[in-house]
Design a protein around this ligand. Sequence first.
Ligand code: F6R
Length: 244
Amino acid sequence: MEFIIAEDYEGMSRAAADVVAGVMADDPSCVLGLATGSTPIGMYACLADDCAQGKISFKDVTTFNLDEYVGLPGTHDQSYRYFMDENLFNKVDVNKTSTHLPDGCAGNLDQMCAEYEAQIQQAGGVDIQVLGIGHNGHIGFNEPCEDFPVATHPVDLTESTINANSRLFDDVADVPRRAVTMGIGTIMKAHKVLVVANGSGKAAIVKEAFTGPVVPSVPASVLQLHPDVTIVLDSEAASELELM
Ligand code: F6R
């Protein structure tokens, strides 16, 4: 695991964008695995700037997002499709038909999940998977559990995740109770993984996940077993790490 520690959120965002831009420079038709959440918003803004300046192009890029709520159409402002359109896709030269999120409105979610896995494989696998990390160590919607879930699958959200996400909805009753997420196995198959985290609230879980034991009760800890992981932090999120 390689750690990059930036001073602040802007520095973290720029450093993370540089890692993604590097993969895009090496292979302009690469496959990006993308995440939503507050943390990567600055990174997406940097990538959009790079694209506007002609430094990178998404023209031949394919994307697969980690997760989506069940029951929210892409037009809903809290759907992850809407988030991606607003924060990245509408600002760059990506071909929208090459951008993929799990379809949380599919009639048969299990079938949709199997097809999503197949689509990723048909695209040649994910070249770089961007991840944020939850306060409980979740990645995607893979919450602490007894076994690492392997493939893309529907999940019932925990009360703590529903409550955390309710800040973005008018009422906690409006927060979807279910989601679809890539599994830990899907994430581990990515050729490269990029984790971003900022703020003092993430310091304890960053330390636990990346320097503690590999256990499914801390889903992100499994990344210690991946051969190519870059973790980009701001100084607050890195504050509990004792790095050489
Ligand atoms: C987002 C996702 C989540 C977030 C995590 C951190 O697609 O799958 O696992 O990455 O909850 O969220 P933020 O960045 O809002 O702290």
